[in-house]
Design a protein around this ligand. Structure first.
Ligand code: ADP
Length: 585
């Protein structure tokens, strides 16, 4: 009788020895990792070839930062570490910015880089691409490991997986020196050295007294508010969160990547009443959201200012898997440390059958404010200015997303980001992926590739013309893998807008201005995709519908008014000159 062999067993069965290459590949496969995002070159070219030969899908990019961003968002979308593979020194450094970004955003990711010979690096004798990569990576990620012996590859990858996924997820660096790959090992011993990680993201159950404290606070609230962050989206506790919101009747505000966790059209969604609910709420329940700059650190004008009645009197309950997150900006009255699913389930269990609905005066006040703002927005969206502006273009995207709720939405830019976030409703969880905690530019095409690969759904990428430039060359990657990605560039000829003047009066255009009427759509045509030049909402709509229907790589150059847009979008106040002006007595 012949047993059915797993891929690892088959490989071992066929060869008496294995090597570093195959141990890396087998360890990844054993742990359910079947995609590698990277860029081949010395010393990892053969690893990419052998990985492909062994059945992994290897997605080659044109720049490592984009491969790294793809791996990072793959981690968010699958709750398994996304793997990015790079060459040494410069390739490693390019991938490192994505690793740091992944860590900042709490996305699980492993950056695997080949490296030069330790003996030469440590004596600084000038090796090919010499760099002490491990030391450089350490402060920028959650954990960093190096494997020197082939028999330790299994442990190295297991440690990387655990570090990336357990507790607060994040980025892990794994350093694999060139010499490691060719090291050989008895195949049986090699197989035994691999580890299939058991329960890499253990549930963390909150303490009963912490749950009781949170419930007491919530029960006494007159104006409660739930704030959902991307940690809640990552946690995949969608049903529990919906039950908590609906059982309690508490209005909720989703952070941008938590949009769609409950539909943005839900009757308790307070997105369109943000500036009302933040200062007015008396008890705020944060679920997987940090009180960082995106929430004005929980204080100041956004939260009612020094004189407002709520400021300083507001109470916070915070659900977070990281025990050190509480009190990072303001006092957290009831920290609930644990995973979102377990914490929300514990709150629901503790609420019992007779839990009161949130006070109706408050819920109504929020709804009225929201409905008024939604009506105002509807008026603006109904206009048809010529040329198009952000609103009329995004009104089209809004309709397309509504008609295709399973499509993924990638979004980056300044105004292109801010307007999309507020105009385009999301209808399902984890469909919107964007610039995240850093508000970083350059995630666009990396995110688009991984979103298409990991979900199999069509991807709509709404890009500012400046933002697109950071990763634009990956349209070749999108065409090469024939991914169903539709890029809509909201093109106003520059950073923020295209009308700035050279303050010195010289011949150069202003630093924020690009080539007028640039034909971005031709970039997609150059690689066999569909390029469309769109100047009206009707043309934009037609092109997007065609793209979603055909699933062909498409780039729409949507020409909008070059005077549209404000400096830095909604974060003008963070520019130093504006800060100085604001702080003048
Ligand atoms: P947003 O930008 O949407 O407000 P943040 O990235 O600031 O979200 O916050 C996400 C928070 O979620 C982090 O503090 C992180 O520790 C937490 N988190 C991530 N995954 C989980 C989880 N499974 N359970 C609980 N908290 C989580």
């Amino acid at each position: 009788m012949s047993a059915v062999l797993s891929p690892v067993e088959k490989h071992v069965d066929e060869a008496a020895v294995t090597d570093g290459f195959h141990l890396v590949i087998d360890a990844l496969k054993l742990n359910g990792i079947h995609h590698i995002y990277g860029l081949p070159g010395i010393p990892i070219t053969d690893l990419t070839r052998k990985a492909q030969a062994a059945g992994l899908r290897v997605f080659s990019f044109r720049h490592e930062q984009n491969a790294g961003n793809a791996a990072a968002i793959a981690g968010f979308l699958t709750a398994k570490p996304g793997v990015c593979l790079t060459v040494s020194a410069p390739g490693f450094l390019n991938g490192l910015s994505a690793l740091a970004n992944a860590t900042t955003n709490c996305f699980p990711m492993i950056l695997i880089s080949g490296s030069s010979e330790r003996e030469i690096v440590d004596l600084q004798q000038g090796d090919y691409e010499e760099m002490d990569q491990l030391a450089i990576a350490k402060p920028l990620c959650k954990a960093a490991f190096r494997v020197l012996h082939a028999e330790d590859i299994g442990v190295g990858i297991a440690r990387a997986i655990r570090a990336a996924l357990s507790g607060r997820p994040g980025g892990v660096y794994l350093d694999l020196p060139a010499k490691l790959f060719a090291q050989t090992l008895d195949a049986e011993a090699g197989k035994r050295s691999l580890i299939e990680v058991v329960d890499p993201a253990p549930r963390q159950i909150p303490a009963p007294d912490a749950v009781a404290r949170a419930l007491t606070l919530l029960k006494g609230a007159q104006r409660p508010l739930i704030l959902l962050g991307k940690g809640a989206a990552y946690a995949r506790a969608d049903d529990e969160i919906r039950r908590l919101v609906e059982r309690s009747g508490i209005p909720y505000l989703p952070m941008s990547m938590a949009k769609g966790l409950l539909p943005d059209t839900h009757e308790l969604c307070a997105s369109a009443a943000r500036s009302f609910v933040l200062p007015e709420a008396d008890v705020v329940l944060l679920i997987g959201a940090r009180l960082n700059w995106l929430l004005s650190h929980g204080k100041g004008k956004t939260w009612g200012g020094k004189d407002a009645k709520a400021w300083g009197a507001q109470k916070f309950i915070q659900i977070d898997i990281s025990p050190t997150e509480a009190d990072s900006n303001v006092r957290i009255d009831a920290p609930l440390v644990g995973d979102v699913g377990s914490c929300v389930a514990a709150l629901l269990a503790g609420m019992g059958a007779d839990w009161p609905q949130a006070p109706s005066a408050w819920v109504q006040a929020v709804a009225e404010r929201r409905d008024r703002n939604v009506a105002k927005m509807a008026e603006t969206l109904a206009k048809d200015p010529k040329p198009m502006n952000f609103h009329s273009a995004l009104n089209v995207v809004r309709g397309i997303v509504k008609a295709n709720p399973d499509a993924m939405l990638v979004n980056e830019g300044a105004n292109a980001l801010d307007f999309t976030r507020s105009i385009v409703d999301m209808h399902k969880p984890r469909k919107r992926i964007d610039v995240g905690t850093w508000g970083v530019m350059g995630i666009g095409m990396g995110f688009a590739v991984a979103a298409a690969v990991e979900t199999g759904q069509p991807v709509i990428a709404v890009e500012g013309d400046s933002a697109f430039g950071f990763s634009g060359m990956e349209v070749e990657t999108i065409c090469r893998y024939q991914l169903p990605v539709c890029i809509a560039i909201l093109n106003n000829n520059g950073v923020y807008r295209g009308t700035d003047k050279n303050l010195g009066g010289g011949a150069d255009v202003a630093p924020t201005v690009f080539v007028k009427d640039a034909r971005y759509e031709m970039l997609m045509q150059a690689f066999g995709g569909v390029g469309v030049y769109a100047t009206t909402p009707a043309e934009l709509r037609q092109a997007m519908e065609d793209a979603l229907r055909s699933r062909r790589p498409t780039l729409i150059n949507a020409i909008i008014d070059e005077t549209a847009g404000t400096e830095s979008g909604r974060i003008t106040s963070l520019n130093p000159q504006r800060q100085a002006a604001a702080s003048k007595p």
